[in-house]
Design a protein around this ligand. Structure first.
Ligand code: GDP
Length: 820
């Protein structure tokens, strides 16, 4: 007819899979459709009955075999099917034609429940397709009855009972299996079913092993009225009965035959008020189930409708009815990346790149000037010469002397402190102290002093170190011009040959990669580590493939600048303005550094230390004097104390019986003294640093004055205004570098990235079906939840449609019946 059971079984399967995919929700709509639940004590013949209904041997058997998980068995009638097969959908095991293999799988699944748990309520889903079975849904339960018969703790009995009760609820049909050779009054299955279904409204009694009792006795049992059941009893024989006439009946298909013969032979069974035979049982089950299904239909429709509405409401509230798919989400992600790259491209044109390169060039100019000019004592004389009368009496004399002196003093102080540190390292008091504890030495100051020393050497080579003011002022010879021309050549060549191709390209590549990291490390890509890594890899591969050629191109284009550089007066003016800005920035940086340095130690300590250093500078003290000064003023009293501790310790070690105590005491005390030393050392070092920075700042200001003077407005004075000349040169270099970096690197990069992005992403996440796999979308928890909800809605809608068709067909049948 209309295959109500079959269709509703399909719906039940659909609902079950919906319920399985949304974890946590407790309500179960699928349970609104009836199943036939089989209960019976061990050896009552439960398995034999189930196998007889299916017509296959597939259940685990043997005395030790106890069902530990519910087996949810769906029988699907397929008329044209030649070979029957079974399926475990949850395991992905499809079309198993070997029923022995099905049996083994069931044994394994049962054994997967550890002994300690005894039973599990995780059902085993098994579907069997055949042409000779009815559409049915049967559940084989863990035999709580079998197990309670054994010596099990109460807790476990309780758990088994709970599990079984879950399945014995309405509208399920209970199949109570009782063996004919056991008194019905003692049947555990009947006792249990009566507890849950007292009126026997949905219980079918199965009397098995009818052949083991006298036919008269069997008939009495089947027609008895002591335990009436609304759905009645059915007697079956599920084992070939040994009969005189036929001996070799072993196959299952012949069981039924043998049963039929037995009931035919014994005329006692030919009564209208009793029912026997597996064939009859099947039909009865089909009818009972279909009736029950039909009754459940309207309730089910309501439940599914309610669930669907709820799901829709949730989509509306949580996601504002937004429709997405795994594919659309991925496309959106790729678009976001493309958009960000595009934005980056817009903000990273030639102008931005040039300014970045110029920053790099400026830092090169600073270090070249430091190395060749700012620490050169003759630079002050030269400055004076350039400024002529307009000099504000700037320190030229003091500066030159002070710079030199600070440098000497700083070296001396450092040596003195190192000496003290060495002494500490040697002592037993604080062996861990390596002299640099708690102190960060400013490298640039150290470097400046090193450069200073080099310059002094250079001067010696040149013959003469000017140290007298008059001498400096009076003599401006051609020798001086040659000296500064030579210096300018050197400075220019240092700038041009400093590996500009490699450094600027590297700079731009690093900037690009930094931005790429930023782009992929913010949502949504931060949810997708594989995709993120792929983008990073792709970007760096593109850059790497262009890197060498860009470096070479840039080097080639700047080659001419190594020999000559052409410029106009407005170039010079622009460069002069930039170089003043550069000096300003450097002066500002000095201020900040000084402030930072001052914050490191207490004001009092710093002032005291600065006084000390300045005194040393003013008096032009020599190394030894400084050393003595420091030790006598700051350290000596404590050193003596320190030595005393040493002595004390040594004496005590000799005398004491308990070395540990002495060691501990002395170490503690030693540490205290050492801490004190470190604080003083820090103050001293900060003092040197501050003075050195102040000095540097003054130099910069002096140079700013020189560059700002009218002399430096003229390009022919370039040898006195090397900051301007270097700035000019750097601007030319930056301009050329940018041209080629833009052409060789940026354009290709921004062209290739969006194109590669699509290909790479879709390749990474395409599944076998060629579609975008859900794995990508599911990495983002919010999207995952959204997609799950949308899918739930879709599946519920599908169920609803099917249900509507069934209801329509039923109504049609109903009205047909009524009209006739
Ligand atoms: P379960 O433990 O309840 O699953 O019972 P089984 O189906 O394993 O059957 C227990 C025993 O009873 C087995 O040895 C079966 O061969 C036997 N048995 C089952 N049905 C019949 C029957 O109808 N007649 C006879 N004589 N023996 C049967």
């Amino acid at each position: 007819l209309m295959d109500l059971t079959k269709r509703l079984l399909e719906i039940q399967t659909l609902l079950k899979s919906i319920e399985q995919s949304d974890s946590g929700t407790s309500k179960s709509i699928s349970m609104q459709l009836p199943s036939i639940v089989v209960i019976g004590s061990q050896s009552s013949g439960k398995s034999s009955v189930l196998e007889a209904i299916v017509g296959q041997e597939f259940l685990p058997k043997g005395n030790n075999m106890v069902t530990r998980r519910p087996i949810e068995l769906t029988l699907i009638h397929e008329p044209g099917l030649e070979t029957p097969y079974g399926e475990f959908p949850a395991l992905g095991l499809n079309k198993m034609k070997d029923f022995k293999a099905i049996q083994r799988t069931l044994v394994d699944l049962n054994n997967s429940v550890p002994d300690s748990e005894c039973v599990s309520d995780r059902p085993i889903e098994l579907r069997i397709h055949a042409n000779n079975i009815p559409d049915l849904r049967l559940v084989d339960l863990p035999g709580y009855i079998q197990i309670t018969n054994r010596k099990q703790p109460e807790m476990l009995k309780h758990r088994i009972r709970m599990l079984c009760e879950k399945y014995l609820v309405e509208p399920n049909i209970i199949l109570a299996v009782c063996a004919a050779d056991v008194d019905l009054a003692n049947s555990e299955a009947l006792l249990e079913s009566r507890r849950i279904d007292p009126l026997g409204m949905r219980t079918i009694g199965i009397i098995t092993k009818v052949d083991t009792v006298e036919p008269r006795e069997a008939v009495r049992m089947l027609s008895q009225s002591d335990y009436p059941l609304h759905l009645g009893y059915v007697g079956v024989i599920c084992k070939p009965v040994k009969h005189k006439s036929d001996h070799n009946l072993e196959k299952n298909t012949e069981v039924v035959l043998s049963e039929a013969r037995y009931f035919q032979k014994n005329l006692e069974f030919r009564r209208p008020d009793i029912s026997v035979g597996v064939g009859f049982l099947r039909k009865k089950l089909v009818n009972v189930l279909e009736e029950s299904m039909s009754r459940s239909l309207s309730g089910l429709v309501d439940a599914v409708q309610a669930d669907l509405e709820e799901t829709k409401y949730e989509i509306k509230v949580q996601y504002n009815d937004e429709r997405i798919t795994a594919e659309s989400y991925m496309t959106e992600c790729i678009d976001i990346i493309k958009q960000r790259v595009k934005q980056f491209k817009q903000n990273f044109g030639k102008t931005q790149v040039r300014s970045e390169i110029q920053k790099y060039m400026d830092s090169r100019i600073i270090s070249i000037c430091e190395e060749l000019y700012w620490n050169d004592p003759r630079a002050y004389q030269m400055g004076e010469h350039v400024l002529g009368g307009s000099s504000r009496g700037w320190l030229s004399e003091t500066l030159s002397n002070v710079t030199h002196a600070v440098s000497v003093i700083a070296t001396a102080i450092e040596s003195a402190l190192t000496e003290i540190d060495k002494a500490n390292v040697g002592s037993t008091v604080s062996p861990s102290n390596n002299g640099d504890n708690g102190y960060q030495y400013n490298n640039s100051a150290k470097k400046r002093r090193a450069i200073k020393k080099k310059n002094d050497d250079e001067f010696s080579e040149l013959g003469r170190v000017p140290n007298n003011r008059n001498e400096q002022k009076d003599v401006w010879s051609t020798e001086n011009d040659i000296y500064w021309d030579h210096k300018l050549d050197r400075a220019a060549s240092m700038l041009v040959k400093s590996g500009i191709g490699r450094n600027t390209t590297k700079l731009v590549v690093d900037l690009i990669m930094d931005r790429i990291y930023e782009i992929v490390d913010t949502p949504p890509f931060s949810y997708h580590p594989d995709a993120r890594n792929r983008v990073v890899k792709m970007a760096s591969e593109i850059l790497r493939s262009k890197y060498m050629s860009t470096v070479e191109q840039v080097e080639n284009t700047i080659k001419p600048f190594k020999y000559e550089i052409e410029y106009e007066s407005r170039d010079w003016d622009a460069a002069r303005a930039s170089s003043i800005e550069l000096l300003d920035r450097e002066i500002e940086m000095c201020k900040k550094e000084i402030k930072k340095e001052k914050s490191k130690v207490s004001k009092r300590q710093l002032n005291e230390s600065m006084k000390l250093v300045k005194q040393a500078v003013d008096s032009g003290v020599k190394f030894n004097n400084v050393l003595t000064e420091i030790i006598s003023r700051q350290e000596t009293p404590r050193r003596q104390e320190f030595d005393n501790v040493d002595n004390l310790q040594e004496n005590d070690v000799g005398k004491s019986e308990n070395n540990n105590v002495v060691g501990k005491n002395s170490a503690g005390q030693g540490q205290f003294i050492d801490m004190d030393l470190v604080i003083n050392k820090e103050a001293l070092r900060s003092a040197v640093q501050v003075i050195s920075l102040q000095n540097y700042s003054q130099t910069l200001q002096f140079r700013k004055q020189v560059v700002s003077s009218s002399a430096c407005a003229k390009a022919e004075n370039k040898k006195f205004c090397m900051e301007v000349f270097l700035e000019l040169l750097s601007q030319k270099l930056a301009y050329s570098a940018v041209l080629f970096i833009n052409y060789e690197l940026l354009q290709d990069f921004f062209f290739e990235v969006p194109r590669n992005l699509d290909v790479q992403m879709y390749n990474l996440y395409r599944n076998e079906a060629g579609k975008v796999a859900k794995t990508f979308a599911n990495q983002n928890p919010k999207i995952k939840a959204h997609l799950a909800l949308l899918e739930r809605k879709e599946r519920l809608e599908n169920v609803m449609e099917r249900l509507a068709r069934i209801v329509r067909a039923q109504n049609l049948a109903e009205s047909y019946k009524n009209n006739w």
